[in-house]
Design a binder for this molecule. Structure first.
Ligand SMILES: C[C@H](O)[C@@H](O)CC(=O)C(=O)O
Ligand SMILES: [Mg+2]
Length: 449
């Protein structure tokens, strides 16, 4: 691929953007009971004025910490030639994740990796804009050899080598054109979590289920895990509304011990549940495997990934058959470069990727990887969905497009769909944004000291 843009990164700016979603209990689950959906938002500007936008998703108070980490890491991008970055993006990614003093805080996990993810997404957004392509198309048009050069395979070569990855991509290249046309015409299926937040009343859940059924959705996820009696009641209620032809998933957001997850799900076995998501700690690979094995007889599968911290842990989940559905998140691991490897390993292990998108900007970003996967890697949409929640899409200059329960790519949205509107930044920047000032003045939220 020809890389000759002649751009130098002049500055990297960071913004702490928060939305007061806890007021309506939007996004609430068994563990995150008052989430204020937030993004650590980055704007990179080149010396000639070209821009790239990046972000990672967090909740409220945690956002400030990620913004500080980005500020500390950004020196690696500033004054750097973008040609040098893109010519050896795999090497640059390793440099960013292996910074000799900061690495001690991870490595490749937690706050630091969230910061890496935001920085990397801004570089992909800039690249797409420079190439005048959406990122999924930029990826799909790369040769297997070039694409694989973007990935740091360290710690994963025991399951997938560069050469194997190239072979795998070559094998999948047959029919790419046809799949690309199909994607543009028919889109990519999604399910919704928007009706099932734990803090919603039964009435609200029912009303929202009906709304999303009318919009064409046939797969619904609800939150469980605080009270078994209430979970049974909600499963009954939702099945009365959606019937047994539609798909139901449940998500417990890591609340259970291993045996508790098995026992709890056994009580819900008659509701024909496709998956139990995050039944226990995201670090407990063998615990997940035990739950998966125990629930097999009820046809309940295990899904996990939104808090799996990096490619190494994904690798082990796959090796241990600890999940059937891989729910990688666009902004928790180290951005597109690391995501590519997770998708390639999933292809090798024949595991379905149904990515996490319950947050801000996660739909906008992950759709690119899922589109690329369909066109260039797995070659199928069978049994796969992208998550969809109706949250803050209006804050984006190019929001994800969802019609009739399908995501649709738009060829003219160049980059990674990560640019927020100026209006959004003005209103929701924490703590000086207009919206926050109003909430402090009305004593709805305490003014930070
Ligand atoms: C705190 C978030 O809303 C979380 O509950 C999202 C999630 O688990 C999902 O979308 O899945
Ligand atoms: Mg979840």
């Amino acid at each position: 691929m020809k890389i000759n843009y002649g751009e130098i990164i002049a500055k990297v700016e960071t913004f702490d953007i928060r939305f007061p979603t806890s007021l309506q209990q939007d996004g609430s689950d068994a563990i995150h009971t008052d989430p204020d959906y937030s993004v650590a938002y980055i704007v990179i500007t080149t010396k000639s004025g070209k821009k790239g936008y990046g972000m990672t998703f967090t909740l409220g108070r945690g956002n400030n910490i990620v913004c500080c980490a980005i500020e500390t890491l950004k020196f690696i991008l500033e004054n750097k030639s973008v040609d040098e970055i893109y010519q050896d993006f795999g090497g640059f990614w390793r440099k960013l994740t292996s910074e000799p003093q900061l690495r001690w805080l991870g490595p490749e996990k937690g706050v630091l990796h969230l910061a890496v993810s935001a920085l990397i997404s801004s570089l992909w957004d800039l690249w797409g804009r420079l190439e005048r392509k959406p990122v999924w198309k930029l990826l799909s048009d790369m040769t297997p050899e070039f694409l694989v050069s973007l990935i740091d395979f360290r710690y994963c070569t025991d399951v997938l080598t560069k050469d194997e990855a190239i072979e795998l991509l070559k094998k999948s290249s047959e029919g790419k054109g046809k799949r690309e046309r199909d994607l543009l015409d028919s889109g990519y299926p999604c399910y919704t979590t928007a009706a099932g937040w734990l803090g919603y009343s039964d009435e609200k859940m029912i009303e929202l289920c009906k709304k999303y059924m009318n919009k064409g959705f046939n797969a619904f996820k609800i939150k469980i895990g605080q009270n078994l009696e209430s979970d049974i009641k909600r499963c009954k209620l939702i099945r009365e509304i959606i019937g047994y032809d539609n798909v139901l998933m449940v998500d417990s957001n890591q609340i259970f011990d291993v045996q508790q997850a098995i026992d709890w799900m056994t009580e819900l076995k008659d509701f024909n549940i496709l998956w139990i998501e995050e039944p226990t700690s995201p670090d407990d690979i063998l615990g997940h495997a035990k739950i998966a094995e125990a629930l097999k007889k009820y046809g309940i599968k295990v899904a996990s990934g939104e808090m799996i911290c990096n490619r190494v842990v994904f690798k082990q989940f796959m090796q241990a058959k600890a999940f059937e559905y891989c729910q990688v998140d666009s902004a928790r691991i180290g951005g597109v470069n690391e995501l590519l490897l997770v998708y390639l390993m999933a292809r090798k292990f024949n595991i379905k990727v149904c990515p996490h998108a319950g947050g801000v900007g996660l739909s906008e970003m992950i759709q690119h990887l899922q589109f690329w996967d369909y066109v260039s890697v797995s070659g199928t949409k069978e049994g796969r969905y992208i998550e969809y929640v109706d949250q803050q899409h209006e804050q984006f200059v190019h929001p994800a497009i969802v019609n009739n329960a399908h995501y649709f790519p738009k060829m003219s949205s160049y980059g990674f769909n990560t640019e927020l509107t100026d209006d959004c930044v003005r209103k929701f920047a924490y703590s000086n944004g207009e919206k926050w000032q109003k909430l402090f003045n009305a004593n709805v939220f305490p003014r930070p000291s």
